[in-house]
Design a binder for this molecule. Structure first.
Ligand code: ADP
Ligand code: ASP
Ligand code: MG
Length: 466
């Protein structure tokens, strides 16, 4: 069971989480908890690390550390009662938190002096959110009579590549986690930090933002769990982002493939790699609401249930940008596309969408916005005295996708998608449909994204109106 940041947002919520876990254990299950950082903490850590490297102001670091200490001490006191071996559990936990916070402070002050923030240091700093949350949850379990121990991802056996910020678990992870965690299940509930792992050399890595979903799935797969449960503050996977369409409904059952596509196409509810480890052993993944535990949530399963819904959900990817490459000389010149893609790969650019019309006079690409500058610079350098005349860019872009396995072999879905958008006067910039036919995605101006989502949500009856 993984609990997200809002679910462990403060001490009283952590207590609720400990009680929920106890309830499931008391009814005959073996439970492992994976925790996120308290809500907002990862963002704050990243913000202050950046500020430290840019301004070098140690005074603001000291203020931040004082606030962080206060927040976690308060959570510990609210989540934990009771004594163990004659000592107040909350005091033991806050002592542990203080020594971690002291390390964090030293690291941030170090960054102030160095004026440098590497990807490796970002992972190290951002790991503290989860590393401060886990001991509190563990103490809370202890205080209601459950044996527990807290582990960092690395201690639990999550050993990863050294791709900081987006590390992947190495194969050894699965046997190590089993060896280290399984023996604990009979007697208690281990608490493991989500989001973080460790390289083979013992350096802290992270699995990418929102990565605690992925941690839970890795651990569930290693233990061959019966189910992997992701507890959040929403009722499950919804037909679209509820911040865009408040009438979005919970999807009761969805397939692995659909859930993967949803997360690839921007539904923030799942880390994009969450499903991969679950697929290996066919483990069902549930998404449930921490604040309404009796509601069934969404279950993600292997087999496609034939449902009458052709489209299951609509998603949006923000923070992307469009690059347009054009020049009449490109027509018929062999190898232009290869050079563009090689250049972008060498520059480490993530390409989200590609389009080349048969006139061949231009190639359009959608990339991560944070990669735009290096992408444009790379292309201009590669073609500096040649066939490409113009490279233009647009930052105000979103990619919208409709997802549903029922779309495969159902004629007319694309017609409905673009017909509805046309009627609503939404201008479509690039279109893509993979041959899997489980999604249709397209790029629109950022100003039109919410409208596009709302129109398609209604068109496919996802609000329950049709
Ligand atoms: P947690 O960190 O607790 O696991 P997240 O904040 O990462 O949870 O994900 C849940 C959030 O994702 C919701 O609050 C919601 O705003 C957003 N969201 C976006 N698209 C969807 C969707 N299709 N279904 C559910 N939530 C979505
Ligand atoms: N705390 C991390 C983040 O905010 C990981 C997670 O919550 O899943 O990205
Ligand atoms: Mg998340």
């Amino acid at each position: 069971m993984k609990f997200g940041g809002t679910s462990v947002g403060d001490g009283s919520r952590m207590k609720h989480v400990a009680e929920l876990a106890k309830e499931y254990r008391d009814s005959g299950n073996e439970v492992v908890l994976v925790t996120s950082a308290l809500s907002g903490v990862t963002d704050a850590l990243l913000k202050y690390a950046k500020e430290a490297s840019e301004t070098g102001k140690t005074s603001s670091i000291k203020e931040f550390i004082a606030d962080l200490t206060k927040q976690h001490h308060r959570a510990a006191h609210d989540a934990i009662d009771g004594t163990k071996n004659g000592k107040k559990i909350a005091e033991v936990v806050t002592g542990e938190l203080d020594s971690r916070i002291e390390e964090l402070e030293k690291a941030l002050i170090g960054i102030c002096y160095l004026g440098e923030l590497t990807v490796r240091s970002i992972d190290y700093i951002s790991s503290y959110g989860e590393r401060l949350a886990a001991p509190i949850l563990c103490g809370s379990l202890n205080s209601i009579g459950i044996r527990s121990r807290s582990f960092t991802g690395g201690e639990a056996g999550i050993i990863t590549s050294e791709e900081y910020g987006n590390a992947r678990p190495l194969d050894i992870t699965y046997s190590l986690v089993k060896e280290r965690i399984e023996p604990m299940l009979k007697d208690g509930i281990p608490v493991i930090t989500g989001f973080i792992g460790e390289s083979e050399a013992g350096i802290i890595t992270t699995l990418g933002r929102g990565g605690s979903d992925f941690s839970a799935s890795i651990i569930g797969a290693a233990l061959k769990a019966d189910e992997i449960w992701l507890w959040k503050e929403v009722h499950g996977i919804l037909t679209t982002d509820p911040r865009i369409v408040p009438e979005a409904r919970t999807i009761p059952v969805i397939s692995y493939i659909e859930a993967m596509e949803l997360s690839y196409f921007g539904a923030k509810v799942l880390h994009p790699r969450t499903i991969e480890p679950a697929i290996k052993h066919g483990i069902p993944v549930r998404v449930k609401n921490t604040f309404d535990p009796s509601s069934p949530g969404t279950i993600i399963v292997k087999d496609l249930k034939q449902s009458k819904d052709i489209v299951k959900a609509v998603t949006v990817i923000r923070n992307v940008a469009l690059i347009n490459i054009s020049g009449a000389w490109m027509v018929g010149t062999i190898g232009v596309a290869a050079r563009v893609f090689t250049t972008l790969a060498n520059a480490g650019v993530n390409i989200i969408m590609i389009s080349q019309g048969s006139s061949e006079a231009n190639i359009s690409l959608v990339v991560d916005e944070s990669h735009l500058d290096k992408a444009v610079k790379g292309i201009k350098a590669e073609f500096k005295n040649g066939i490409i005349k113009d490279v233009t860019q647009d930052r105000n872009i979103c990619v919208v996708a409709v997802v549903g396995a029922g779309m495969a072999n159902t004629p007319g879905v694309a017609g409905r998608v673009f017909g509805a958008l046309g009627k609503a006067r939404v201008n479509v910039i690039i279109i893509s449909q993979g041959s899997s036919q489980h999604n249709i995605s397209f790029a629109v101006s950022g100003d039109d994204a919410a409208k596009a989502v709302q129109v398609l949500h209604r068109e496919f009856g996802l609000d329950g109106e049709k």
